[in-house]
Write a protein that binds this ligand. Structure first.
Ligand SMILES: NC(=O)c1ccc[n+]([C@@H]2O[C@H](COP(=O)([O-])OP(=O)(O)OC[C@H]3O[C@@H](n4cnc5c(N)ncnc54)[C@H](OP(=O)(O)O)[C@@H]3O)[C@@H](O)[C@H]2O)c1
Length: 268
């Protein structure tokens, strides 16, 4: 299937690893021109970099980081057609999961909201004039199952992602008539560096469950989180849903929340 993304200009946030890297690579493979934003590059991103893909080093948790990423699309590629607001998860310095509301300070909450909500708000605010300048485009926001299935685990993260869901719907209403589609993808637990790195989520769960990282990654996490497929989600499986929503093949899909959750959400 031709996704119609040849020479479209895309910004992907949180692009050096995990879901963002898989999305960046897929957009690149589809012929898009990509600005890949993260604090640092990665060997995988370096391997893709060239005339059709540039890395921009920004801290998206800061007030001007997201604007800078969008400005790079205008500067390097002359405009913008697609924005993937993927950056999110633990804000700088935080380790997730955290198991209770108790103990979260105002500073914890603001850091979580800055990274998971305000980075999306700021990038979108900067992107909309450029998208309107092209007659429309697509925005895809990456949420989480915790946005729709509230839990005492990562309560601040779930609240921030729930706000992203509301924002997605509101933006789709306001800007749909002007040709901008806004959707979200809701991943369940995915096997990304957030989980696999030293001190990452698998290590935290392993310590809590009295087991080791590999046991968590290779079965225990799926069991604990009631994943119907019995395994964590691969980043590419989320990226494929994101890129389809970026594509004009999804021209009548806006204001949608697409689950890629391995069957975690049981509600009808
Ligand atoms: N993995 C999951 O289980 C899961 C489940 C549901 C939803 N999600 C959502 O999916 C999205 C991607 O998650 P992931 O698991 O792929 O994350 P990840 O593996 O931890 O990768 C995070 C990416 O964001 C970048 N990043 C982190 N802090 C940043 C900052 N302050 N400024 C700029 N870039 C920053 C990282 O690069 P640098 O560190 O170099 O900046 C990296 O490229 C997030 O929105 C997350 O909430 C993930």
């Amino acid at each position: 299937m031709d996704l119609g993304l040849q020479n479209k200009v895309a910004v992907v946030t949180g692009a050096s690893k995990g879901i963002g890297l898989a999305t960046t690579r897929t957009l690149h493979d589809e012929g898009a021109l990509v600005v890949a934003a993260s604090r640092r590059s990665s060997p995988e991103l370096d391997a893709l970099a060239g005339e059709r893909l540039v890395h921009v080093a920004v801290d998206l948790a800061t007030p001007h980081g997201p604007d800078h990423a969008i400005a790079e699309a205008q500067r390097v590629f002359g405009g913008l057609d697609v924005l993937v607001n993927n950056a999110g998860g633990p804000p700088p310095g935080a380790v997730l999961p955290r198991f209770s509301f108790t103990g979260l300070t105002d500073a914890d909450w603001f850091a979580m909201l800055d990274f998971n909500l305000m980075s999306t708000v700021r990038a979108t605010r900067a992107a909309i004039p450029l998208l309107l300048g092209r007659g429309g485009g697509a925005i895809v926001n990456v949420s989480s199952t915790l946005a729709i299935a509230a839990s005492g685990v990562n309560v601040d993260y779930g609240a921030a992602k729930a706000a992203v869901g509301n924002l997605t719907q509101a933006l789709s209403e306001e800007f749909g008539p002007q040709g901008i589609r806004v959707n979200s993808v809701i991943p369940g637990p995915a096997r990304t560096p957030w989980w696999t790195e030293d001190g990452g989520a698998a290590d935290v769960f392993a310590a809590a469950a009295g087991t080791d990282r590999d046991t968590i990654l290779d079965g225990k996490a799926a069991e604990m989180m009631q994943l119907t497929t019995g395994r964590l989600i691969e980043p590419q499986e989320v990226a494929d849903a994101i890129v389809l929503l970026c594509s004009p093949r999804s021209a009548s899909t806006t204001g949608s929340a697409v689950l890629v959750d391995a069957g975690q959400i049981k509600a009808v």
